[in-house]
Design a protein around this ligand. Structure first.
Ligand SMILES: [Zn+2]
Ligand SMILES: [Zn+2]
Length: 344
């Protein structure tokens, strides 16, 4: 897997599982976005379907060259399907008309489509692989309708659930999956991978630092330095909000809430950047052994997760964003600068 950055031990575990006599038919990859979960899922699909499975040692698998390996890599394999928010596999009940425009969740009609699909033989794959991402965006009724398939999928079927919020999955779903944790990748590994791609050293260091263990994000930032600048500006703005009084915080929260109506995906991205902001604090505080600061940053991260849940659950947007900024610890700008200096 040329594109995967880090995750050596996890990849070995996936190989062990995929090459075992009875590979698990439901896997949950639990970890933050942009850490490599999709590539790991694709790799598992290749391992299950590689034509060299019987011929080569595990260290040389997946081969990356056979037809299934290539098609999966190019995302063109007819039996390897990504099920996400949208209308993939939508299977409406007759007479019920609905559309998936502006959908924020994976719906029961899509799960119905999945169940219908796996009841038939794959077109050409040894094992059909369906990735559900983000799995937590299935509402409880959609999750419930998936249970039977998760427990006893038809032969030739593997399901891979990707999530960054396992707490939003039903226990009955979690208990039916082989759960693997996808951790952030060490900064030095991400930086080295960027350098190996020919990224200039100063950009590689900055992108790896900002991406906080998410190689996918680091590559994106390194390839578009303007993104890196936008992000640096946004993080500066966040530092002001975190250092500001109630008035500043509410003003920020209200603008964010207004934007939720017209641009929910922009707001989600901004919340993800808030995650990175406090994750960086958490990392620096943990490295410095400052427990209070680490706890404060961890609470801020929880507040962001709650805000995201509230927005998804259609709580009044303003209430959700105000609650979040109120829960952020007060932080001074001077603190932020010193931390950055220490970190640099
Ligand atoms: Zn192969
Ligand atoms: Zn539908």
């Amino acid at each position: 897997m040329a594109d995967l950055i880090g995750h050596g031990p996890l990849l070995n575990e996936l190989k062990r599982l995929a090459l075992s006599a009875e590979p698990p038919h439901a896997i949950l990859l639990d970890g933050p976005e942009s850490t490599g979960r999709t590539l790991l899922a694709r790799c598992y699909a290749q391992l299950l379907n590689c034509l060299e499975r019987e011929n080569r040692p595990a260290t040389e698998l997946p081969c990356g060259e056979c037809r299934p390996c290539r098609l999966i890599h190019e995302q063109k394999h007819a039996d390897v399907i990504d099920l996400g928010i949208g209308d993939t596999l939508c299977h409406p009940r007759s007479g019920d008309s609905h559309d998936h425009d502006r959908a924020r969740d994976i719906r029961i009609c899509q799960v119905r489509g999945l169940i219908d699909l796996v009841s038939r033989y794959p077109l050409e794959a040894r094992t059909r692989v369906i990735t559900i991402d983000p799995a937590e965006s299935m509402r409880p009724e959609a999750q419930n309708s998936l249970l039977k398939t998760l427990e006893e999928p038809p032969p030739h079927t593997a399901l891979i659930l990707l999530t960054s919020a396992p707490q939003d999955l039903l226990d009955t779903v979690l208990s039916r999956c082989r759960r693997l944790e996808v951790r952030p990748v060490p900064l030095s590994v991400v930086e080295a991978a960027l350098l190996a791609r020919g990224i200039r050293p100063e950009i590689a260091a900055e992108a790896a630092g900002q991406a906080n263990g998410r190689p996918g994000l680091a590559i994106q930032l390194a390839e578009q330095p303007s993104l890196l600048e936008d992000r640096a500006r946004l993080l500066e703005r966040f530092a002001e909000v975190a250092a500001g009084g109630l008035k500043d915080r509410f003003a920020y929260a209200d603008r964010l809430a207004d934007r939720w109506r017209s641009d929910p995906s922009g707001v989600r991205k901004e919340l993800a950047t808030w995650d990175h902001f406090w994750e960086r604090d958490l990392r620096i505080a943990t490295e410095a052994g400052d427990r209070d600061a680490a706890l404060a940053a961890a609470n801020a991260l929880k507040a962001i997760a709650t805000c995201r849940d509230n927005l998804t659950a259609n709580v009044i947007a303003r209430a959700a964003t105000e609650l979040m900024v109120l829960s952020f610890p007060r932080r001074t700008l001077a603190e932020a600068r010193t931390e950055e200096a220490v970190h640099a």
